[in-house]
Design a protein around this ligand. Structure first.
Ligand code: PEP
Ligand code: MN
Length: 468
């Protein structure tokens, strides 16, 4: 008698009437006009054959960690470049970004006395939405720069080139490969806060305050080491902290052709009888403020993927629209499935955040509330550069924390544009960077980012609020 092996059958579990390509039947914003469709299709077929960059098991782990954030048991730190460049796929920039994220999160773990969930805007944050599709260059109208995965920053490289999508895949994969190996190898800086250099802090009172936090943090780590305690243990939560650090990759899901090519039907690691659709190009994706139309292509695409997702919410979001969006994106009401990333600007947060919080509370969805204090606070410097003032960023953040508290909600996390390098793009902070110093190292190809020192300032500030 011959024995027959039984192949397990799995049910495909997908959102109603959704397919990985159903977005194509909806109106789309910020679309890219490729001159050669056949070329685009060849590239997309190639990407669709390439292996996943992230695994469903990791995506589910992040889902659990964000459920903890939604329930007030962990804090979310999301940060990275506004526009990541292919050139940042190099040892130095990857190490410095990882270092600043880990140092910030260590300060936050200490301040909040809870685990920090870390999501990098990295390994795929290439596409940029633009308010205008063209710009003037030396008296000529040229296409706007749309991010390294679409066209080049150089004015003579502005025609969209599909090969750049393939470039995005390989640069993302190489970046994340190095992040993974750094973490697996134990990235030393994290464990030695006593070595942190605080010389940049101009005010001696503030430097003393920061030093006080670093000293207490060092003591706490030493104490845990001495008694042999596992600093990773956080009973009742799924996030780990110091030794086995988790970090997740994220980007704005803007170029749907690319996202579609990386959408795969795979076994659900939490239920072996099912297979589901995962975007395997990043753990977390978000919908930008310009592409979140209820009937639009982006919302249609996002409603079908298993990944945790974000939605940017600015002043133009109506409370009832927000509730409708949540019913589409989180129909099963799963805690932490959706992160609402609010970005109103310091002058508008008081006006819009309370209405958004109340509407979501009444709807019953349990979301992660994250504050992006960057995008509503962009200004022009005296020399005409795009900049942001740390004073505005700090104020929007502190007001968001206060408003959440007053309404019986809680701010679950923050979303920053930052870099680990010593650029000069935002004004202020403990280094007291002035408007006239911006030209020294102004390197961004899109929005101004916090530099290393300014990013640490933010972590110290939040830790101080959380300690209260
Ligand atoms: C961004 O995060 O870089 C961005 C474009 O944000 P928003 O969609 O909130 O404007
Ligand atoms: Mn930006």
């Amino acid at each position: 008698m011959s024995s027959r092996s039984i192949t397990p059958t799995r049910d495909t579990v997908a959102a109603k009437d959704w397919t990985p390509s159903s977005w194509k039947s909806k109106p789309i914003k910020q679309d890219v006009d490729y001159p050669d469709q056949a070329h685009l299709n060849r590239v997309l077929e190639k990407i669709a054959r390439l292996p996943p960059m992230v695994a469903p098991g990791e995506i589910h782990r992040l889902r659990q960690q964000l459920a903890d954030v939604a329930q007030g048991k962990a804090f979310l730190l999301q940060g990275g470049d506004c526009a990541e460049l292919f050139d940042y796929c190099a040892q130095g920039p990857i190490e410095s970004k990882l270092k600043v994220m880990l140092q910030m999160s260590l300060v936050l773990v200490w301040g909040a006395r809870m685990p920090v969930v870390r999501i990098a805007r990295m390994a795929g944050q290439y596409a940029k939405p633009r308010s205008k599709s063209t710009e003037m260059h030396e008296g000529q109208e040229i296409l706007s720069y749309r991010g390294d995965n679409v066209n080049g920053y150089n004015p003579d490289e502005r025609i969209p080139d599909p090969e750049r999508l393939l470039g995005a895949y390989f640069h993302s994969a190489a970046t994340w490969n190095y992040v993974r190996s750094l973490l697996a190898g134990g990235f030393a800086d994290l464990h030695h806060p006593s070595n942190w250099n605080l010389h940049h802090v101009k005010s001696s009172a503030l430097r003393q305050e920061y030093q006080g936090i670093v000293d207490r943090l060092t003591d706490a780590l030493d104490f845990m080491k001495t008694i042999g305690a596992d600093p990773n243990a956080h009973p009742g939560t799924t996030a780990s902290t110091l030794n086995t650090v988790d970090i997740f990759a994220s980007h704005e899901g803007l170029i749907l052709e690319y996202e579609h090519a990386l959408t795969r039907l795979m076994a659900n690691p939490t239920d072996s009888t099912q297979q589901k659709y995962y975007n395997v190009g990043a753990h977390f994706l978000w919908i930008g403020d310009r592409t979140r139309q209820i009937d639009g292509a982006h919302v249609e695409y996002f409603r079908g993927i298993e990944n945790p997702i974000g939605v940017k919410c600015g002043p133009s979001m109506k409370p009832e629209e927000l509730v409708e969006l949540l019913s589409i994106l989180d129909p099963d009401m799963q805690p932490g499935k959706v992160t609402l990333i609010t970005r109103y600007g310091v002058d508008q947060v008081d006006k819009y955040l309370p209405g958004h919080i109340k509407a979501v509370q009444e709807s019953g969805h349990l979301v992660v509330w994250a504050c992006d204090p960057m995008h509503g606070n962009t200004k022009q410097s005296t020399s005409g550069l795009k900049t942001r003032h740390l004073i505005d960023i700090t104020k929007e953040l502190s007001q968001a924390i206060r408003i959440h508290k007053q309404l019986g909600s809680h701010l679950g996390g923050v979303h920053f544009e930052l870099t680990g390098d010593r650029v000069t793009e935002c004004v202020g902070g403990s280094m007291e960077l002035s408007d006239t110093e911006l030209l020294t190292r102004y390197e961004t190809h899109c929005d101004p980012r916090l530099n290393y020192e300014q990013a640490l300032d933010m972590a110290f500030l939040i830790a101080k609020y959380q300690e209260k």
